[in-house]
Every structure is written in C-alpha cells, then in structure tokens.
Design a protein around this ligand. Structure first.
Ligand SMILES: [Cu+2]
Length: 158
C-alpha cells in the first residue's frame, strides 16, 4: 500500500514539475521565437545583400562620365584632366572671349588631328560657346585656346 502512495506522489511530482518546466519552456520558446524571427530576418537581409551580383553600381560612369573643364579669363580649370579612352570632355566657356580649344602645337594643331573646335564645328566658335570632344586615342594631349594660346591644358587619355 505504501508503495502505491510513493508511486502516486512520484507521478504527481514529476507531472507538476514537468508541467512547470513545460510552461516556462513554452514562454521562453515564444520569446525565443520572436527574437529568432528578428535575427533570421536580419540574417536573411544580410544574405540577400551578400548574394547580390557584384556588378559596379554605375557602369554608365565608365563611358559617359561628365568630364568638365571650365575656361575662364584665367585659363582652363582643371588644367589637367584624366579620362578613359572613348570618353568626352566638355569645355565650358565662362570667359569673355570665344573659346577655340585645339590640339597643340599652335597654330598647326597636329598632335591630335581633329581635336580642334573650329574643325569640329566647321566654323569659328562664337562667344560663350561650349565644346565637347570625344577622345578615342590614348595619350597625353596638350591643347590651348587658339584665341589665347598662352592658356593651355592637358587631357590624359588612358
Ligand atoms: Cu592654335
């Protein structure tokens, strides 16, 4: 008879204890679930970030970068610009005289034939007229304003 009481009390202890453990586990499990859920979202975002194709963000820059040289009464700025082959340079005229950008040497313009505002426009450049030239030949090209040859610059094409 005593044995039955012992068995029953053992069952009760185990049962109550087990229920208590189950309860505490289920509470913490739901907390853990939320935490895990947030972590897994963050991890998923990281994974998505990592698995993104590693292409350059702006491949357009390669070919169509805005290479700008401003010409003022004090000359070309920047006086030296480095670009990639196939890119264009925009010469912006903010001076008081017409800008006739042309390849060195002055006055022949033969270092880079064709790099000559008047030749490209097939007329003389007018006042405050801008000029864009695409460089398809690698090199260090010196140029000047044909209307003011002391003002010079370089385009380095790589
Ligand atoms: Cu010249």
């Amino acid at each position: 008879m005593k044995t039955i009481y012992i068995i029953i009390s053992v069952i009760l202890v185990v049962g109550v204890g087990g229920f208590a453990i189950y309860n505490s586990n289920s509470t913490s499990t739901s907390d853990d679930y939320t935490a895990n859920d947030q972590i897994s979202k963050a991890q998923t975002e990281k994974l998505i970030e990592k698995t993104k194709p590693t292409q350059p963000e702006t491949p357009i820059v390669e070919k169509n970068a805005l290479n700008e040289v401003v010409y003022s009464d004090s000359g070309y700025s920047p006086a030296e610009i480095t670009i990639k082959k196939g890119e264009a340079v925009n010469f912006i005229n903010k001076s008081k005289i017409p800008l006739w950008t042309a390849s060195n040497p002055h006055p022949q313009h033969t270092d880079l034939p064709g790099f000559d505002t008047a030749e490209v426009l097939n007329r003389l450049p007018t006042l405050s007229e801008n000029f864009s030239y695409t460089f398809n030949k690698v090199g260090r090209w010196g140029y000047h304003n044909h209307n003011w040859p002391a003002h010079t610059g370089f385009v380095i094409v790589k």
